[in-house]
Design a protein around this ligand. Structure first.
Ligand SMILES: Cc1cc2nc3c(=O)[nH]c(=O)nc-3n(C[C@H](O)[C@H](O)[C@H](O)COP(=O)(O)OP(=O)(O)OC[C@H]3O[C@@H](n4cnc5c(N)ncnc54)[C@H](O)[C@@H]3O)c2cc1C
Length: 158
């Protein structure tokens, strides 16, 4: 941090008065089940934080837009959670299963992902904007037996 402040910001005289600490919960918990006809949760409580990456800000806005659209369409606001695609929720749950069971290192997974794919495809994947064919290409570099087994476990567990 000191290096960043001095090299990039060009500051030599500074004082650190506070440091940030935070933990992003990585979970595939189905938050939408806690919505009621009268209460629609947003943010972390609304399941808007991507389980595998912690992406939140953009997804919270997409979710909030969808809630507004539901209201305009006369639909229940809780239906907005369909913007979080089930297919991608399964991918996220699979990765968490792999990491939790220590079957493959997260660092190796992401390194291979970025080495074997154009960055734009990886970011589209993290934003859940890829096609099925692009997802096949993205997964081609990962140990298939480990991920297929873990995905099967997640499907069985529900
Ligand atoms: C270190 C760190 C870095 C991150 N970086 C990124 C990033 O680069 N990009 C990204 O997209 N996401 C990032 N995230 C994730 C993102 O910040 C969070 O997922 C997002 O802020 C969740 O928003 P939220 O409104 O649901 O919850 P929060 O932002 O946590 O807001 C909840 C608020 O409710 C308050 N609160 C809690 N309980 C009560 C109570 N009982 N009564 C009253 N108030 C209460 C809390 O004090 C808090 O102010 C990061 C998270 C962390 C921890």
């Amino acid at each position: 941090m000191g290096d960043y402040i001095q090299t990039h910001l060009g500051l030599t005289q500074y004082q650190i008065t506070e440091t940030e600490f935070g933990i992003i919960p990585m979970t595939s918990y189905p938050f939408a089940q806690n919505n009621t006809p009268l209460v629609t949760h947003i943010g972390m409580a609304g399941g808007a934080v991507k389980a595998s990456s912690g992406y939140a800000f953009d997804r919270i806005q997409v979710h909030s837009d969808a809630i507004a659209q539901c209201i305009l369409n006369g639909e229940a606001p809780g239906r907005a959670s369909r913007v979080f695609k089930r297919r991608h929720q399964l991918y996220d749950a699979t990765l968490l299963q792999v990491l939790d069971k220590k079957r493959y290192r997260g660092a190796d997974f992401f390194l291979t992902l970025f080495q074997r794919n154009p960055a734009s495809r990886v970011f589209d994947f993290l934003n859940e904007e890829t096609t099925l064919w692009e997802e096949v290409q993205l997964m081609a570099g990962s140990p298939k037996h480990i991920f297929a087994w873990s995905m099967g476990e997640r499907v069985v567990k529900g």
